[in-house]
Design a protein around this ligand. Structure first.
Ligand code: G
Ligand code: G
Ligand code: MN
Ligand code: NA
Length: 254
């Protein structure tokens, strides 16, 4: 109840911060991208997880101004990082389905890009299958327009919820992110291994890039090298961290 009310003032009082987690090349740990993950420094409760306040913001409608703020801030910070260092990699932003499906979303993206000067090729949007909730046609049309602007779209949390194989066929995405639920036991559970291998092979035949999430152990990396997974993300390489910290990282993560 308190959190719900606090969300209103949090934006105004600048209590949000964006953390960034590297996404690396499977075989060698070279940083190939960053995912922006929001953090809320609550004045009394300390750090509140987005797993808690994003669903709340979706219920209250606050996700619209918050989502717009996130897009603008990520584009600004990504432009800053690009200008400051030699490393030029795309930055991915999680987009709530409510935000994605709302009129004006495309204009918000365009505005965030133009005011920051960030090249569209350095922005990626992560969406989940729930963007399809009220009509696949609209979602497909929107993703095609984003694609025409040079912005890539990834399908996040793939394999969980109600995600279906036909989404890989119908959505004009360029990347699929395998949920960490499949990765957790990949080295010991033949069923998980079979599903992951199947998704990787199918995605490659569809010309999609595959990212595995939640890599915590070296053995999982070894396994995914053999399975031909393109990119990895997880605590083994780096946790989400503030912009200043991520800028200090070397190009290759052990
Ligand atoms: O960073 P963490 O693992 O605590 O994130 C928990 C959940 O919150 C994940 O599902 C993640 O996708 C979501 N999340 C994190 N940052 C953002 C954001 O900026 N926007 C949206 N819509 N969701 C986010
Ligand atoms: O739903 P989405 O994939 O956007 O969520 C990303 C979330 O996963 C972030 O909140 C991030 O903190 C979390 N995460 C990233 N790497 C790992 C990991 O190796 N292990 C676990 N348990 N969580 C991770
Ligand atoms: Mn994500
Ligand atoms: Na995910």
């Amino acid at each position: 109840v308190l959190l719900r009310h606090d969300l209103h003032t949090a934006l105004r009082d600048d209590q949000f911060e964006l953390y960034y987690q590297p996404i690396v090349e499977t075989a060698n740990g070279r940083i190939r991208g960053l995912e922006a993950l929001i953090r809320w420094h609550h004045p009394e409760q300390g750090m509140v997880s987005p797993g808690v306040f994003i669903p709340l913001a979706e219920q209250t409608g606050q996700i619209i101004p918050l989502g717009r703020w996130i897009l603008r801030r990520v584009c600004q910070e990504a432009a800053t990082m690009q200008a400051a260092g030699e490393r030029v990699v795309p930055v991915a932003v999680n987009i709530s389905s409510l935000q994605f499906r709302r009129a004006g979303f495309l204009e918000d993206v365009q505005q965030a890009l133009s005011e920051s000067g960030l090249p569209p090729a350095l922005l990626e949007l992560e969406v989940t299958e729930s963007v399809l909730l009220d009509g696949a046609e609209q979602a497909i049309a929107l993703i095609n327009r984003l694609k025409a602007m040079g912005i890539k779209v990834a399908l996040d949390d793939f394999g969980t919820g109600f995600s279906s194989l036909s989404y890989l066929r119908d959505l004009p995405i360029h990347k699929v992110k395998l949920d960490r639920a499949f990765i957790k036991d990949i080295t010991t559970d033949r069923r998980d291994a079979a599903i992951v291998q199947g998704i990787i092979d199918m995605a490659h035949h569809l010309d999609l890039v595959v990212v595995a999430e939640g890599i915590e152990e070296r053995e999982q990396q070894q396994d995914l090298i053999h399975r031909n997974c393109d990119l990895l993300q997880g605590f083994l390489f780096a946790k989400p961290m503030p912009q200043e910290a991520v800028m200090e990282l070397p190009d290759l993560l052990p």
